[in-house]
Design a protein around this ligand. Structure first.
Ligand code: DGL
Length: 273
């Protein structure tokens, strides 16, 4: 009888409302090239940032089941809006079938451990900022940290449409970052998985005055640490990565190339029939 495959060879599930989560998938792929990735972007419902917590929870459970059908060893919620309002729901739903990782806790741990972090700014979608999860979690780590959060709802759709590194994106970014709310910050969390793509423009705005944190690499390192701890890091060659979207758009296909450096073949999978 053939020996059963080691549990570490099971794939890693990653999901987001669209392509933003590919920044996390890309960082995971760069750090752990042996892992097989199954990605799902719910482009049919994007943007999640403007949707109700109830709707986001309902869709997240269905997507988790889809990823579990691939026998994923872990599911990474590569979206701040989902992590803010649906992490507990997904974790409970998945139970002991897979490890569930969100994008907020690793960033909060990382930022609160930085010396000299006093006034943290957070930018993200309406859903993320309304949930106030970053402020609650940062303050739970350290009473000395002040948090100023600002919803920046134009940024994710702007990036999704390929508008960055140009005059329009500069105007929108400068308008948001110059708001009085963010005036006295010493650090800024990019609380949306789309934002690593505009990180250079944000850095240009602050010119080194503010420390900037995005989730992609921090979360990838956290995933590696968790898998290692559970002896689930895959040592052999990765299997075939698969990238699913619920609604095919040409802008999605174009942008995937910018978000994920490896080769991506998109497959349409409508879970909402
Ligand atoms: N990528 C999602 C996040 O991290 C935002 C995009 C959306 O609103 O759907 O919050």
């Amino acid at each position: 009888m053939p020996r059963p495959a080691h549990p570490s060879s099971r794939p890693l599930g990653i999901f987001d409302s669209g392509i933003g989560g590919l920044t996390v998938a890309n960082a995971i792929h760069e750090l752990m090239p042996n892992e097989t990735l199954i990605y799902f972007g719910d482009t049919a419902h994007l943007p999640y940032g403007d949707k109700s917590p109830e709707a986001i929870r309902k869709w997240s459970v269905v997507i988790s089941d889809f990823l579990l059908s691939f026998n994923c060893k872990a599911i990474v919620i590569a979206c701040n809006s989902i992590s803010s309002v649906a992490y507990d729901t997904v974790k409970k739903h998945v139970g002991n079938k897979a490890i569930v990782i969100n994008v907020i806790d690793p960033v909060v741990d990382y930022v609160s451990a930085q010396a000299g972090t006093k006034n943290v700014g957070v930018i993200g979608t309406k859903a993320t900022i309304k949930s106030d999860v970053y402020a609650a979690k940062l303050k739970a780590r350290s009473k000395k940290i002040g948090v100023s959060s600002l919803a920046t709802p134009l940024l994710a759709p702007m990036i999704e449409e390929g508008f960055f590194n140009n005059k329009i994106s500069k105007t929108i970014i400068n308008d948001y970052l110059s708001r009085p709310k963010l005036k006295n910050i010493d650090s800024l969390i990019l609380g949306c998985t789309h934002y690593p793509l505009i990180r250079p423009e944000i850095e240009q705005y602050y010119k080194g005055r503010v420390q900037i944190f995005d989730s992609a690499r921090i979360v990838a390192h956290h995933v590696q640490w968790v898998l290692d701890e559970q002896q689930l890091l895959h040592q052999g060659k990765a299997g075939k990565h698969r990238f699913f979207i619920s609604d095919f758009t040409s802008s999605f296909e174009m942008s995937t190339k910018i978000f994920f450096k490896g080769k991506v073949k998109l497959e349409q999978k409508n879970l909402w029939k």
